[in-house]
Every structure is written in C-alpha cells, then in structure tokens.
Design a protein. Structure first.
Lengths: 331, 331
DNA sequence: GCAATTGAGTTAAACGTTTCGCTCACAAGG
DNA sequence: CCTTGTGAGCGAAACGTTTAACTCAATTGC
C-alpha cells in the first residue's frame, strides 16, 4: 500500500485490482458505452483507491494530444501582459490545460525559437501575441490551432479590444473637458492596435479637435528626443494623447522633471489601464481594456478550435471603457 | 517532399533516408560512441534535411524525462514575480527546457491543484515560491526535484536574496541621512523574508535608531486602518521603512492624498526595487534584489538536481544593493 | 594462424495508453 | 431450430523513442 502512492499507479494496476482487462479500464475511464455498470463501478473504485492518474506522455503518444497549450508573449514585465498571462493560465487550468510560457522579450528570433520548442513538446494550441509585423514562414509547419491576442494578422483568429472605440471615447472625453487642441504621442506605425487607437481618436471629431503635433513612439515608453522636445514646446496643445499607459507615464515623469505640472499645465491620457496607472501621480486617466476577459475568451476560443470545431468567427472584439482619474483638467 | 515538412518526420524516416537502422539514428543523435563517422554524417544530414525533431512525448515515455519544468508563483501581476518569471523562462529556454506556468493567485488550494497538474504532466522539476506557511503533504507524492525561490522552508533547496543585509543597508542609509527615529511598516509575521528584513534593520544599530512605531502589513500593499493612522501621526518618526515596495508605494499614495509631502515632510524607503519604484513620484529609494540572477540561479540549481547531482548546497543567498533615489531627505 | 578483443551496427523489447477487431453468451426473429 | 443481432468484454497492435542484448567482421595478441 505504501508504494501504491510512491511511483504513479498505471492503468494495468487498476486493471488487475478491478479484475478486468486494461482495455475495459480505459473504456470505463473515458466514458465509452461498451462497459457494464458493474465493471464500471469496480474500475472507478480501483482507480480512486490507487490514486490513478493517466500518464500524460503515454496518452499523448497514442492520441496526439497533450492537453497543454502555449502562451507566447513579448514581455511579461509589461503589466499589460502579466495580467493577460494570469487570466490565460487561470482559465486554462480550469479547463485542465497546462499553460506553457514563452517570453520572447520582444525578440523575433527568440519568439521563433520558443514556438519551435512548443511545437516539439506537442502543445495542442497556441495563444500568441506576435512581435513581428508579419508572421514567420514557420507557421505552416507548426500546424496547430493558433489564437492571436491583441494583435490581429490577416487569416488568423484573434481576440482583442475595440481600440478604435477607445480612441473615440478619448476624443469625446477631451471635448467634454474643453480640450480642442492636442498633441499625439502615438504608438508604432507597424502595430495595428496603435493605428486603430489613433484613427479612432482623430476621426471622431475631425472638425472640433486639432492635432497640434504628433510623434511616433515605441510601446515600451522610451521617449526619443523628438518626443521630449514636443512635450516641452507643446505648441498650444492642452492635452497629450499617448499611445499607451507606458508612454503616458514616461511623459508624465519627463514633464515632472522639467517642472511642468500635470494636469495643471497640461493634461494627459493613456491607454490600457495597466496597474501602474493607478499608482502614479497624478493617477492616470485612461482606457481600460477587459484584460481578464480577453485572456479568458482567447482560451475558450482556442479550446473550441482544439476540439475540432472550426471557428467561424476568427475575430472577437471586446468593448473598452473610459476610466477617469486625475490626469485631465477641465478647462 | 512537400509532406516531409507537414506532419513531423519520425526517427524511422530519418533511418530509411540515411540507410541505417533506427537504433543507429538514435545513437548518432544522442552522441553515443558506437557509431562510425560515415554513418553519423549520413544520419545528421538526413535529420537536417528532413527537419527532424524528436517527439517529446515518445521520448518522455521511454526515458521518464520531459525536459519541461514547472514554475509556481503566487501572483504574476506583482512585478517582482513577473520579472522573476521572465528570467526563469529565459534561462530555461536556453537550456532547452520548457517552462510551464502556474499562478496560484495566492490561493493555497489553487497552488496544490497546479502542482498536481504539473506532476501529471511529468515535469522534471519545479521552481516554486510557496504561498502557504508550511508545505503541503502532497510533496512526498510528487517526487521530483524542487527549488524554492525567495521563501525558504526547512529541508528544501532555496535561492533567495540576503534580506538581512538589505535591512542593514537601509539602517546605514537612514543614519547617514540623519534619521534616528523611524516608523516601521513591516511585512507579514509569517513570511520569513519579511522577518529577516526587519531584523537586519532593527539589529544593525540598536542604540542609534529608535523605533517610534511599527505596524504589520500584507505584502500586497493594502494598508489597514492602523497603518493609515500611524502614517498620519508619525510620533516623531522622520523616516518610514516599508516591508516592500508595494507597501511603500501605497503609503506614498496615501500620504500624498492627505497632503503630506514625501520626502519633505517624511522620508520613505522600500524593498525589492520593482519596476514601479522608478515611476512613482518621488522615485523610491529601495533595496534592489538581483531578480534576474535569482531566477537564473534557481534554474541552474534545479537543472543540476535534475541531472542527478544531489545538491549539497540547499541554500543560495545573493547579495542585494541599495539604490538611492528621491524618497529620502537628508536632515 | 587461431582465439580473443574491439568497433559498428542491428534486432527487438519496453514504456503506458487507446482503439480496432474479435469472441462469446444470450436474446430475438423467422 | 437456426440465423442474426446485440451488449459486454478481451487481446493485441500501434504510437515514437531508447537501450539491452546480440551479430558479424575486422583487428589484435600470441
């Protein structure tokens, strides 16, 4: 009895204890119809008292499914992604799936290497926020369901937030607070979500909001000189609209160091509502993405794809909401 | 040729293409000595042109090793852990190991469930920052190398920072800046690292630093009423020493809302140097843990344990350093 | 020149599942 | 009474590796 716990009981052990064949054990455990109720009971009992757990590797070899999924992210250090990761892992576990992590640290080659590692381990599907603008060739070869997250690519399932809507919400909020001349610290041109945020904002009230200036900035929040100069001169802008919270927070930090007060001297808004948005001074007004929901839905979608159901709805777009805090002044 | 890429080439395919037996392929690929240089070449060539990758599940079944490790953390959302996770994943990948994530969200039962999921998948080892004060019974049953991270438990390998040293560094810094009366917002009594930080600080200069008050606070930075009151009254303390950065930042936020200026009215120090420490206002003076090194060393240690080498050094303690920023005033 | 040794390669078993096809008993239909 | 059908269960093959045991030729030692 002591060693029944020690090194994992096998299906064979269950079979002998229940007095049936291994085939019957397998059938009983997997709910196949061709097993009588008496035998089924015996098997279930035996399995329980032996603490039997199917050997995943063996199962995988026979069935080709591992009940593991891959999660490929560009940067766990970014709270946006760590929240996402938390949601994904949690939902996966609730479905009995193991989440295998790859953090490419924004390097396309590391990402590729990671994908290949996942493929080698035979994960059943992949949730992926790609760093490269176009998806690498490898994709055909890895041949598993993929659900993109946050960054759509033609021909792929994706779940992401309604970025354009966020942009519009921001425009509306700007107007309501009397800002009609703004500066843009937009995200990278090759990241689609950045484009949509920008487009949502600019096209919402083209005749009532003027763009005083615009500079493109990386999503990591590092401000090039051009951006810093723009922040200092401002050319009449009373509000700066940042491509995401990291950018907004960097800008706030920079302004603070140069003795310009937010929001007294200039207002600022972000996008994402990462947890940092709540702790900076002043607290940042921003657009909240339903991070938990995005992660959860992505896993659900992937799970459906894995169960053969060809997803007809390759794109899932979730609503965002404005969260008002202290970084916008009403004028 | 088209379908040689499609559904993963097997060792058999390599064997026929190279004109040898599968055993020889296996031996060649695993660097066994009993294969001639001519055959070895042929095998290597065939494997490369076929894009052969060993089927991990099959390998696992035969050898009992999966080349995957588990990473069990209490809260990915906490930047301390997400940085750790990044380091762990990166190092693991460099060793050809897949990192499987469990985020228990500080719930002991979720943690247990996660460990069992990992065991079922047959991970070769586990890196674990445990939430519970004492380790659950299950442990004997899961029977794989375990390396703890940040939180030592009797009888287990651990890699963590020198918390006591951090406490001493802080005390020294306090004195250098003329603070001889301080308040303590210590971490939880049942978390060892919290105790060591506190002890390092208090016992460094017992006769030159007075503790004006102390209240125990959770590491998540949520301030109970007692703590808030203490922050407002202060009883002559010119410096508050927080159990970690989250606590320090919460305190700063609270003080700011009640119009007391940091560091003009009161100074404050944290512990951990999470990324937030850099972005709050004022930027937080704190103790930096070598997060990257902790993660890396943990993986290395685990890897050694997995390779049979019984680790003689169950505990690895890494030095910390003071990072001076703007939250301490010299008086 | 013959036995012993070595080097290079092969065959086949094993790992723990799932599943296909089979058997066997029994019931129903004619 | 014989065929056919059905429900319950079993035996064995297969999945892709690794590895122990083995063969066979060439080389060495004497």
């Amino acid at each position: 009895m002591a060693d029944s716990e020690r090194s994992m009981a096998t299906i064979k052990d269950v079979a002998v204890r229940a007095g049936v064949s291994v085939a019957t054990v397998s059938n009983a455990l997997n709910g196949k119809p061709n097993v009588g109720s008496a035998a089924r009971r015996k098997v279930l009992d035996a399995a329980k008292t032996l603490g039997y757990r199917p050997h995943r590797a063996a199962q995988a070899m026979r069935t080709g499914r591992t009940r593991a999924i891959g999660l490929v992210l560009p940067d766990l250090t970014n709270p946006f992604f760590s929240q996402l990761a938390q949601a994904v892992e949690s939902k996966a576990r609730r479905l009995g799936l193991l989440a295998c992590l790859i953090d490419s640290q924004n390097a396309a080659d590391a990402e590729l290497e990671g994908l290949s590692l996942l493929a080698q381990h035979g994960v059943d599907g992949i949730i992926w926020c790609p760093v490269g603008a176009r998806l690498p060739r490898l994709l055909g070869a890895l041949d598993r369901p993929i659900v993109l997250i946050d960054r759509p690519r033609p021909g792929f399932s994706v779940v992401h937030a309604n970025n354009a809507m966020g942009g519009r919400l921001l425009a509306q909020h700007a107007l309501q607070n009397g800002h009609s001349r703004v500066g843009l610290l937009s995200g990278p041109r090759n990241v689609q979500s950045a484009q949509q945020r920008r487009h949502g904002f600019v096209s919402a009230f083209p005749d009532r909001i003027q763009i005083a200036w615009e500079v493109r900035v990386g999503f990591d929040g590092i401000l090039p000189r051009e951006a810093r100069e723009a922040l200092l001169r401002r050319r009449g802008a009373t509000l700066v609209v940042a491509g995401n919270d990291l950018i907004a927070i960097s800008a706030m930090r920079f302004l603070h160091e140069h003795d310009v007060q937010v929001p007294a001297d200039v207002s600022i808004v972000g996008f994402d509502d990462i947890s940092w948005a709540r702790i900076v001074t002043p607290r940042l007004t921003t657009i909240a993405q339903p991070l938990g929901a995005i992660g959860t839905r992505a896993v659900e979608l992937l799970h459906e794809c894995m169960s053969g159901a060809q997803a007809q709805n390759p794109a899932l777009m979730l609503d965002v909401s404005l969260v008002e805090r202290d970084s916008v002044r009403s004028i």
